[in-house]
Write a protein that binds this ligand. Sequence first.
Ligand code: SF4
Ligand code: SF4
Length: 90
Amino acid sequence: MRLRFFVIIALLMLALAAFVSCDKKNPLSADATPAQRYSIDQSACTGCGLCVEACPHNAIYVNNGVAVILQARCKQCGLCVNACPQNAIQ
Ligand code: SF4
Ligand code: SF4
């Protein structure tokens, strides 16, 4: 009975370790550092709004002719990058 308890605990620990390490390997996870997040090159952005239309998470808006990414909403899917004709999103 005691052995079964320890085996179950060990399996749970292994599953948790696998989950944590898997998340760390994904650079686009919610834990991505600011350097890994997409940003707008304000000198290149023309404010066309194509990225706003492309974003499925409503994470971009245009303010004073320049696109702004709401990092809290951004899922790092990259669709806005592909939609930008100015290559202004990195
Ligand atoms: S990377 Fe995806 S979620 Fe983030 S702003 Fe661009 S389209 Fe929206
Ligand atoms: S698609 Fe590119 S140029 Fe157009 S608003 Fe978005 S970042 Fe700016």
